[in-house]
Design a protein around this ligand. Structure first.
Ligand SMILES: [Zn+2]
Length: 119
């Protein structure tokens, strides 16, 4: 709604000062309004997808925990480290693993659990 009043305002998007004609005006232009709107939508989308990937990780962790034999990648996920660290520990004999074939290394889950037991 337009009226005869003139109020100095700061645009919520570009932070420039402008003259508003209604008390509810928040943006200097329609452009700023829609840009700010789009930005908010984008932030919501990013937050949503971040949440989804977080849930995915939790889900795969649950799946891994239920398995008896793990791949190197799964063991790395479980221990929150890289594949390289797992391979290093296998080579050093810290982690017992069975090599069923090229690139088919399996680690028993109980071996991972035992790593944290006091020896
Ligand atoms: Zn503006």
């Amino acid at each position: 709604m337009s009226s005869n009043i003139k109020i100095q305002r700061i645009c919520k998007y570009c932070k420039n000062e402008f003259t508003a004609r209604t008390t509810s005006t928040k943006y200097c232009s329609h452009k700023c309004n829609s840009r700010h709107y789009k930005e908010k939508i984008r932030e919501t989308k990013i937050a949503k997808s971040n949440q989804e990937s977080k849930e995915e990780i939790t889900f795969s962790l649950e799946v891994i925990k239920a398995k008896e034999f793990l791949t190197v990648k799964e063991a790395a996920t479980l221990l929150n480290c890289s594949n390289r660290v797992i391979y290093y520990n296998i080579n050093c004999g810290y982690i017992e693993a069975v090599n069923l074939g090229q690139r088919v290394t399996r680690i028993k889950r109980s071996v991972i659990d035992r790593l944290f037991e006091v020896r």
